[in-house]
Design a protein around this ligand. Sequence first.
Ligand code: AMP
Length: 564
Amino acid sequence: MDENPLDAADAEAGFAGLGLRPELLRALTNLGYEEPTPIQQGAIPPLVAGHDLVGQAATGTGKTAAFALPVLHGLSTGSRDGGPAALVLVPTRELAEQVSQAVHRYGRDLGVRVLPVYGGQPIGRQLQALQRGVDVVVGTPGRVLDHITRETLRLGDVRTVVLDEADEMLDMGFAEDIEAILAETPAERQTVLFSATMPPRIDSIARRHLREPVRITMGRETTAPGDMPRVRQSAYVVARPHKPAALGRILDVEAPSAAIVFCRTREEVDQVTETLNGRGYRAEALHGGMSQDQRDRVMGRLRGGSTELLVATDVAARGLDVEQLTHVINFNVPAAPEAYVHRIGRVGRAGREGSAITLAEPREQRMLKAIERLTGQRITLEKLPTVTDLRARRLELTRAALQASLETDDLERFRVVIDSLTDEFDVENVALAAVKLLHEAAGGDVDEEEIPSAALPPRGRDPQDRDSRDSRRGGGGRDNPAAAGVARLFFGIGRRAGLRPQDLVGAIAGESGLSSREIGAIQITDRFALVEVPEPAADMVIAAMQRSTIRGRRPTVRRERYAR
Ligand code: AMP
């Protein structure tokens, strides 16, 4: 048994220090969260104390728990009658589901009843759940307003309203809906606003609807250039389901002699360790649930070279100093830019070269920019190694093994095998067969599928970029080819049907789960519209659109035929 596990001590000290109730602390420990992220540190205490709050934080910072935990903390125990106590407004169906799941996981021991509410889902199920009673509603503004109008959702008991990804909701044309919804909630409510950017329109909402809000901004500090180690920094944009395979592939090509892979939670540490061991690596887990003794033994094996990969949480890796580390790999973008700097400080020590590699989900690309701003250094976006790259790399390893053997091994005793074969076969063919056998014994050829790239076309979303984006949306020549990695979709509905860009953005984001910032140029003509989406998402968007309506119609949606 663990004689000195960090779990109770560290996780609960961290989160308990924020004043959260025991049921929540237990849930967090079970989820393998070891410490609050900076946005959680900053936001939870004022929210628990009942203040309004404006938080500038992007996906990946842990912002969901930052507002969900205080909402759950304030939930009364025992039977809860009346309408929902909290309303969370989010821009997309995908986010509504994610946030609901998070609230459900954190609040399981409190018996929280949470309902996601978004367009495209049959309204009947939502009605039944609303009738039975819910504590937290997480919804897209359009559908929430729909329920208010039908009088199936009453907001008179709401104590907290959260506007999540507020900038994105405004981009999608939800400003009026939000105003109308807020007007239905009690004036004395607590209001929380999270947004990745703070354009003036967001500020104006905050001024009108929040009362003396506490303001929290992430990643404003800068690091002196001299503080940064000499490290090659790169990132790969990968959709979540492909991450373990992508990590394996990157490691195959990078071939680090000693590396740390950072994960967010204990569960993730265990999963990644298992994947890597399955791929033939000698990987070991290091997390706060292990005793000091166990952790010391793992570190000993890394230093001694019998382990090549350490898979760790931040807490477990704290204070860890390994001379020979060549690579730091972030399985996710760290929750705060400062944590990134801290992690990569472990390689490139004493003037040695090191590499820092980050796997980012499409929605987390914004966090990479925040890190670049903090460090003043570029993070190069790389393409994942293809199956062809991997094959070439493995052949190179086989060649290197043969060369090393030719240079150092005593091969005389195998001559008899060659001699007996060369009566019948050409020496070169004998060598080829030997290479084949060696190659196969070392793992052989890659029998894997290509991993689709999920990188978004580069585009800013800061207020000053918005004009150029909008003008791209409005006009542009019909014969502009779509950018690389971008597919152009044809929608058989246009201006004559009253179509506006926000109808397309709302429908695509709401139905396919693509975020509005992943949607590129939009052109609307009298009879049809063209919309750019990331190529890997194109088929999924088409399928999603076939199930939905836009301005009351069900238009043809397909790839544009004659482009490119
Ligand atoms: P969010 O920024 O809210 O989308 O959260 C990003 C991810 O971080 C989610 O997968 C969360 O489950 C995870 N997460 C949030 N807070 C913590 C924490 N304190 N420790 C570990 N993981 C966390």
